[in-house]
Design a protein around this ligand. Structure first.
Ligand SMILES: CC(=O)[C@@H](O)[C@H](O)COP(=O)(O)O
Ligand SMILES: NCC(=O)COP(=O)(O)O
Length: 250
């Protein structure tokens, strides 16, 4: 089984937002990725709208529908709605993404930096997981290596997404081998509990292959920051094809 590649377009939105206006255009970027063979599109709108915004979510959901690929919407279901941000569940009700990935990130965080504590958060997650499942969304929960993933299965999630930030850091420091066993063990525990496994955060062309070789059964990787950065040098379509070459056959 090859892992599928969902391209996160948040960073294109950051560039666009830095000047206002519509360029670079997220819909064009999504089409470019999909025509290059990407299996899906991911965005993670934040309540402060510093990346993708409500209108982006609607437009990208439409593009994914038109291409027959999965739209993966990420967000914190507990973040309160505010002007310009309807709230994660309301957004899911509006666009019914193929996959809703719940992430416990606060406004103050620069980026996502940990998974859920399923023992502590399980009770309040459960009704939201059920609500999203009733909308027809596959529900994936952001999870740290070593977390109690059986509890994620017990509250009705269908997948976990392994938070790979610590792996990327260890890889960059030359000691990926010290953290990979925990990721592999968590993936195996997820699979035993009936959960499929996604992975994401700071994955790159440099570190992706070693991760997929060591961690069994990863079904999808969502990649944005490194991919969009690499695309500045090599072009978006070429970069997506390079990621596809890495994931294929693993
Ligand atoms: C859950 C996750 O890891 C991604 O959604 C990541 O947060 C995207 O990157 P930015 O936070 O830079 O948008
Ligand atoms: N879920 C992870 C994601 O969408 C992309 O994370 P990153 O590659 O931007 O760090």
């Amino acid at each position: 089984m090859s892992a599928r590649l969902s391209v996160n377009l948040n960073k294109i939105a950051v560039l666009r937002n830095s000047r206002g206006g519509d360029e670079p255009d997220l819909v064009r970027a999504a089409r470019t990725c999909l025509e290059a063979g990407a299996h899906g599109i991911t965005v993670h709108p934040r309540p402060d709208a510093r990346h993708t915004r409500h209108d982006d979510v609607l437009a990208l959901a439409e593009v994914c529908r038109a291409y027959g690929v999965e739209f993966n919407l990420e967000g914190n279901p507990f973040a309160p709605e505010r002007s310009g941000y309807a709230g994660f569940i309301a957004l899911c009700e509006r666009v019914r993404p193929a996959q809703a990935t719940l992430v416990p990130d606060d406004d103050a965080q620069l980026t996502s930096d940990h998974g859920f504590d399923f023992v502590r958060d399980g009770e309040r997650l459960e009704p939201l997981v059920q609500r999203l499942a009733a909308l027809g969304c596959r529900v994936s929960l952001f999870a740290d290596a070593g977390s109690d993933v059986a509890r994620a299965a017990a509250i009705g999630a269908q997948r976990i997404e392994l938070y790979t930030g610590p792996y990327a850091e260890a890889f960059a420091a030359g000691h990926a081998g010290t953290v990979l066993p925990a990721f592999a063990a968590t993936a195996r525990a997820a699979s035993t509990a009936g959960l499929a496994v996604n992975a994401g955060h700071d994955l790159s062309q440099a570190n992706l292959g070693a991760f997929l070789d060591a961690v069994p059964g990863v079904e999808e990787v969502s990649i944005g920051h490194a991919l969009i950065g690499e695309a500045l040098y090599d072009g978006l379509a070429t970069t997506v094809r390079r990621y596809l070459a890495i994931v294929s056959g693993r």
